[in-house]
Design a protein around this ligand. Structure first.
Ligand SMILES: [Fe+2]
Length: 342
């Protein structure tokens, strides 16, 4: 497929981010896709400017070319709207809620290797998505007691889902998604079977809402870097709901999601601040413009969304595609790069 543009150039900025400007020379989607794939291998991130985004049609074509195996959000924390052709809306967090740095679906047994964001309508002030090199984050985290405890203990996730068959579920006050939506289970016995197969802890309420819990390694091996990268999405801690009504009236473990160290011990406020400060220190803001696309290697780069200014007349429209699923490699014994802190 071709579209009209003027020129195609590659800019390497001081941050080593690869940026492609689509202007008015005819360009094959496949050529752009090849450049993006090359960027992901060499840098872990690629940015496209001035891409046609009147709707998500061209973005879908590009995504299908970059992503070999598309994924949905089965098992995900958020409900998402289908914007057409497989492109989904970004999370439902209100604009004034800070979404801390995370690797997409790093709270799950399976995660996408690639995540693509396409901006149809940027928010006022171009409110950015902030990316950060996870190798830098990992190095700093491992120099702290928080990182060492996570390395030793792993991370435990606690997640709450409502039962959409309940006539009196009142779910809007406790959960973001139903277990039927999140896991594709049509009845309670299928849900129990899944929990037992996956070895998740679980308990149902009277209304058959469910709490599940499971433990994962806090670091994830990256075969290309031969390094274990920090893989704890601190935004999955209950504190992420502190400014999000009505969830902020609940205890952390009753909020839609929460995390602890793998031994069940809670993170202190200082522990959370340590992680946030390290994430912030390495953040690179990518300010949105209409037609801008951001593609990241989802292990090598984290992404975050600081609060942004919402305009009801001009809502922020950013679509997301994820794909190339990876079953967790887990944390591996290695002896290079950061061996001194291992
Ligand atoms: Fe995300």
């Amino acid at each position: 497929m071709q579209y009209i543009e003027q020129n195609h150039e590659t800019i390497i900025k001081s941050e080593s981010l690869r940026q492609h400007v689509v202007t008015n020379q005819p360009l094959m989607i496949s050529n752009l896709s090849r450049k993006i794939t090359g960027d992901l291998i060499s840098h872990g991130v690629s940015i496209v400017h001035s891409f046609p985004m009147n709707d998500f049609t061209k973005f879908n074509e590009l995504a299908q070319s970059v992503i070999t195996y598309p994924m949905n959000y089965k098992g995900g924390t958020n409900s998402r709207e289908d914007l057409g052709g497989g492109t989904l809306s970004v999370g439902t967090e209100p604009p004034d809620v800070d979404v801390p740095a995370h690797n997409e679906m790093s709270y799950w047994h399976r995660y996408p290797e690639i995540i693509m964001f396409g901006c149809k309508q940027c928010p006022d002030g171009k409110g950015p998505t902030v990316i950060a090199n996870n190798l830098d984050i990992t190095k700093d985290i491992l120099s702290t007691s928080v990182g060492r405890k996570f390395k030793e203990q792993g991370v435990k996730f606690i997640r709450n889902f409502y039962n959409e068959d309940s006539k009196q579920h009142g779910h809007s006050e406790t959960c973001l998604r139903s277990w039927q939506q999140a896991f594709g289970c049509s009845n309670k016995s299928a849900m129990i079977k899944l929990c037992e197969k996956e070895n998740w802890g679980y308990s149902f309420t009277e209304k058959d809402d469910i709490t599940i819990s499971y433990k994962l390694p806090a670091f994830e091996f990256d075969p290309a870097l031969n390094e274990n990268l920090f893989f704890v999405p601190i935004g999955c801690h209950g504190y992420a709901f502190d400014h999000w009504a009505p969830y902020n009236s609940l205890e952390n473990h009753r909020r839609p999601y929460h995390l602890t160290y793998g031994d069940g011990s809670e993170l202190s406020t200082d522990d959370i601040n340590t992680i946030e400060q390290i994430n912030d220190a390495h953040g690179i803001p990518i300010f949105w413009e209409n037609g801008k696309i951001l593609i990241v290697d989802n292990r090598r780069y984290t992404h975050a969304r600081p609060p942004y200014k919402a305009d009801p007349m001009k809502p922020r429209e950013i679509g997301v595609r994820i794909g190339n699923p990876i079953e967790r490699y887990g944390q591996r014994e290695i002896t290079k790069l950061f061996s001194s802190v291992y």
